[in-house]
Design a protein around this ligand. Structure first.
Ligand code: MSP
Length: 671
């Protein structure tokens, strides 16, 4: 295996305190998509996923079910494996932190760090968050920065500490020198910000007397390993790593990992804890840590087990199919950004992109070829301007798809391909094969259908990464196997001419519709709204009657709101008094659920009162201390009885996605 063509990708390992939901499925689908793409390109791929089984959360879940933790995990893990199976996840190993080889790796690493005096024993007195299983600084508690203050307990105990602080400078230097290490760039800045504060040592043990479900410290049986220290090492266990392996060791083919995909909430544990652990072990850091955003409910809340607003991914798979589900998650939002999930959004995208654009193109190509051309691939006749334009677009789709997937910008990759799919539909509309057939212009009809079939073949070759099942069906209807599809990818990326994959005279088969149109929301999903409407906190937005159906030949309108406004002059812009501010207090508006009442310091003697429609996105306490941008000369307005003396700049429309942040003192002018 040549080093440049080996590819190692991981997902987080998931806690076994519940069942998979869309957040977990999302990372796993994304990792699977790029792993499949790399395999299609002929690379050696190792894709690792699995479960995080130790620690307090899992122990408490087991207890609540009256089971021993191991028995609980053995049972729940099967649901996770079944879910990944159902989502067509092709992992190379499913690791469990209770696996013997993993325990051995954790203990061996701990022993080595202890022997090297990189772990020491000391007393700790302070705050501990039970839900996060982390120690919390006095300052964070004082400033109310912890999102779940009820979970905080004061504890005093002896523990073991990893000399994390020693690696602060080396880590900073690594981040500065390797822009690709932390992605997207906003996350890199977040970590750099974090590292500007002094880095403390990391407590890596829990006394067995308090929390016994974990891997024993090899040098002190009275303690178990802190769950994160244990969990992060899974990425090495997954390569076959062993610290004492003879060189050249096989695991080195996979390390450093190309990508650790993670959610933004576990950035610090990865970027800081994991990196410093690797530095202490003398191992290279992963090439890229990519932190994606959160799926939120339509009212902007993170979807999670504890919030009870989970969306049933398996229901989507049952009703719309596995490929449509995978497609939606990768297409709907940019990997890295947050996005709101609604069943209605899913339904609309399914019908527009899959049933209308893609399914329709395939159906038209196959049915017209079957009906008028004897069901065989026709010869490519005279190439005109329209055909040349399609070939060019196909070339761009191949490059764009590859670049998009490699950059984990799946939405862009798919969009490039959909440009071609839509152009294929328009091409059919303008060449009017039905007229060519009627008029007996068989050669031109052949060319039109050949072009269209070639576009389908190209889509069938590119798409298995995202839609393995439907792509295989499509390729089969064109007489191609998945292996031939993958060979086509390699040829195309090697510069072969696009839209020249099929063999003249080869039979094509008109099968079932790839993505049958859903005229209404499937009953099992529609029923959810009736059930949950009694519980507004968890209820998804009621389904509006889906938009009037587009005629099959229409090109869909983009669903994006047009953000353009008439041009303004600089003088118009200069009328705005924009200033940096810091939120001092924040509380719910007594009369309106959507509104928060804030006081914001904008560098004046008294903070201003600002009423903001952001309660969909933020809990009041989250905002205290936050640096924002304020429009200070907006005419004061009374909002449900409270006068608002300005406005915060925010991203998003009605549903705020994020507040604009500047790292500047209150009152500093923004322009
Ligand atoms: N066990 C740790 C990870 C250890 S990795 C060495 C853990 N597990 S988790 O099950 O709680 O979460 C796993 C991942 O799911 C995280 O990356 C988290 O960001 C992601 N998601 C959980 N809810 C999510 C959404 N609503 N949306 C997107 N992803 C979110 O943390």
């Amino acid at each position: 295996m040549s080093a440049e063509h080996s590819f190692y990708i991981t997902t987080p390992i998931y806690y076994l305190n519940g069942l998979p939901h869309i957040g977990h499925a999302y990372t796993t689908i994304a990792a699977d998509a790029i792993a499949r793409w790399r395999r299609a390109k002929g690379h050696s791929v190792r894709f690792l996923t699995g479960t995080d089984e130790h620690g307090q959360k899992v122990m408490e879940s087991a207890r609540a079910r009256g089971l021993e933790p191991q028995a609980h995990c053995d049972e729940i893990v099967e649901h996770w494996k079944a879910a990944w199976n159902k989502l067509d996840i092709q992992y190379d190993r499913f690791i469990r932190t209770t696996d013997d080889d993993h325990r051995a790796v954790v203990q061996r690493v701990l022993q080595k760090l202890w022997d090297a005096d990189l772990i020491y024993r000391a007393d700790y007195q302070g705050w501990y968050s039970v839900t996060d299983e982390t120690f919390v600084t006095e300052k964070d508690v004082r400033e109310g920065k912890h999102p779940d203050p009820d979970s905080l307990q004061q504890i005093t105990e002896t523990n073991y500490f990893f000399r994390m602080s020693r690696y602060q400078d080396a880590l900073l230097a690594h981040i500065e020198a390797n822009p690709a290490f932390l992605q997207p760039a906003s996350r890199r800045n977040e970590v750099l910000g974090f590292l500007r504060q002094p880095l403390e040592d990391l407590c890596i043990s829990r006394p067995r007397s308090r929390m016994g479900w974990g891997i024993a410290l090899p040098f002190d049986e009275d303690f178990v390993t802190y769950v994160w220290f244990d969990a992060l090492l899974n990425y090495l266990t997954g390569t076959g790593y062993h610290p004492d392996a003879e060189e050249p060791a096989a695991w080195r083919a996979w390390w450093p990992a190309d990508f650790h995909l993670i959610g933004k909430d576990i950035l610090t544990t990865h970027a800081v804890y994991w990196s410093t652990m690797l530095l202490a072990m003398g191992l290279p850091l992963p090439r890229t840590l990519f932190a994606h955003g959160w799926w939120t409910s339509v009212d902007g809340e993170k979807i999670s087990k504890s919030k009870g607003n989970a969306i049933d991914v398996m229901l989507l798979v049952d009703e719309f199919g596995v490929d449509a589900t995978r497609y939606f998650f990768l297409r709907e939002i940019a990997f890295g950004a947050d996005g709101g999930f609604s069943y209605e959004g899913f339904f609309n995208r399914y019908n527009a992109d899959l049933a209308n654009d893609f399914g329709n193109l395939v159906h038209r190509a196959l049915s017209m070829t079957s009906k008028w051309l004897g069901g065989v691939v026709p010869p490519m006749g005279q190439i005109g301007e329209a055909e040349a334009a399609l070939v060019e677009l196909a070339g761009a789709a191949i490059v764009g798809f590859d670049e998009g997937v490699e950059a984990l910008q799946f939405h862009r990759a798919l969009d490039c391909l959909w440009d071609l799919v839509r152009a294929g539909n328009k091409y059919i509309d303008s060449t009017e094969p039905w007229r060519l057939n009627r008029e007996g212009r068989t050669a031109e009809l052949g060319t039109a259908m050949r072009m269209t079939l070639e576009i389908c073949a190209l889509a069938g070759a590119l798409l298995p990464a995202v839609m393995p099942e439907r792509s295989a069906a499509l390729l089969a209807s064109l007489g191609l196997t998945p292996a031939q599809g993958a060979e086509l990818v390699t040829r195309l990326l090697g510069g072969a001419a696009p839209l020249a994959a099929l063999t003249e005279g080869a039979p094509v088969v008109l099968g079932e519709q790839l993505f049958p149109r859903h005229r209404e929301m499937p009953a099992r999903i529609a029923a959810l709204f009736e059930v949950t409407s009694a519980a507004p906190a968890a209820a998804p937005k009621p389904v509006k009657t889906p938009k009037p159906e587009k005629k099959p030949m229409d090109t869909p309108e983009e669903k994006v709101e047009d953000p353009t406004k008439p041009l303004i002059t600089y003088d118009d812009f200069a009328k705005l008094d924009l200033r940096a501010g810091t939120v001092r207090t924040s509380e719910k508006h007594p009369k309106a659920d959507r509104l928060l009442v804030l006081t914001v310091d904008v560098g004046e003697p008294e903070p201003r009162t600002i009423v903001a429609g952001i309660a969909n996105r933020y809990a009041p306490e989250e905002l205290v201390g936050r640096q924002v941008v304020v429009v200070c000369n907006l005419k004061p307005a009374k909002l449900r009885g409270i006068v608002s003396q300005g406005m915060l700049l925010a991203a998003g429309g009605q549903d705020v996605v994020d507040l604009v942040h500047v790292g500047a003192d209150p009152g500093v002018i923004v322009r």
